[in-house]
Design a protein around this ligand. Sequence first.
Ligand SMILES: Cc1cc2nc3c(=O)[nH]c(=O)nc-3n(C[C@H](O)[C@H](O)[C@H](O)COP(=O)(O)OP(=O)(O)OC[C@H]3O[C@@H](n4cnc5c(N)ncnc54)[C@H](O)[C@@H]3O)c2cc1C
Length: 366
Amino acid sequence: MKAIIVGGGIGGLATAIALDRSGWQVEVLERAPEFTEVGAGLAVLPNALRALDRLGLGEEVQRRALDQAPVGIKDVTGRWLSRNDATELRRRYGQWAMLHRADLLEVLRAAVPAEALRPGVTVREVHRDGAVVHSDGTTAADLVVGADGIGSTTRRSIWGPQPAPRYAGYSTWRMIVATRPVGEAAETWGRGERFGYSPLPDGRTYCYAMVNAPQSRGGGLTELRARFRGWHAPIPALLGAAQEADVLHHDTYELPDLDTYVAGKVALVGDAAHAMTPNLGQGACQALEDAVVLASAVAGAGPAGLADYDRLRRPRTQMIVRRSRRIGELAHWSAAVPVAARNAAMRLMPRSSLTRSMGPVVGWAP
Ligand SMILES: Cc1cc2nc3c(=O)[nH]c(=O)nc-3n(C[C@H](O)[C@H](O)[C@H](O)COP(=O)(O)OP(=O)(O)OC[C@H]3O[C@@H](n4cnc5c(N)ncnc54)[C@H](O)[C@@H]3O)c2cc1C
């Protein structure tokens, strides 16, 4: 049985590995000239490490990562708004991993048979019967997996242009800074803006800033330095050490709920199915979960197993899209009085409730 995977990002490569290991002949069509990731840091949470374990890659990913359970959220003066019990989080849910995106992609790429990788091939159209029209011709498959990201051609071919991705109301800047003045990760919430940082295993620091802004509004490092100038240490120093050329700036989108992730011989995984705001650090994690569940659903049944994949994955991923959206809304409140009330409420929240609240997301196992 042959499977074509459209897109060779984290979701596509993980799906290729999972299908290859259950006996499918796989082919990954990727429009970029090579399988790499630019980008910055990536948090791989315990649920996704368990998916990677299922692929036999969890240990390799952890070797390239720092174990960074989320420490908590601060206000702009550096005072804790909420603080997690990292030891308890690990005891309950397992390890957290923070690494460079390129490292995760490299681990995945190396686990796909080399002959299955077809870079430089752009997919133009996908049909429910498994026909894939691309820049090198047309290929027929028993299963087509659309892993082609938020602007998915696979999704548009079959589901049509709606629902279209929706702008979340805030823009995101990411950068890796060559210094590491911090031993632990933290996120700081202001009024309509926030800043996060996390050490990376190679001595550098992954930083991100998120700011309420109209869509497609630019702004570079100079603006970020001015905006976060009065925030607690080490935020101004991290921005001071950043290089303009290393800053990635993107608007933040999510995909409204689809009625189904499958149609005929075609299934969607990752951002193509459920692109979400990055507030829970779960987009790539969910793509990894998708990969292992999809491969197990079609292992015996072939494409008939896709209904199981949809049944198992849609409610869970759409729940996480909603949770992530709600956290983003709260984090981006900007009026002084509601923000003061939010901060006061966060300080009162017991650690045990914070720990428990993560269960439905990070407690997952294949
Ligand atoms: C600021 C930010 C921070 C984030 N942080 C985290 C985090 O810490 N942890 C986490 O789990 N997630 C995080 N995410 C989410 C995560 O980046 C995405 O969910 C994940 O990369 C999606 O992977 P994917 O493989 O589904 O899609 P993509 O990474 O978008 O890959 C799609 C691939 O398909 C290819 N492609 C597209 N169209 C075609 C075509 N027509 N033909 C052939 N190839 C095509 C593309 O070139 C690309 O390689 C973050 C996202 C953002 C924006």
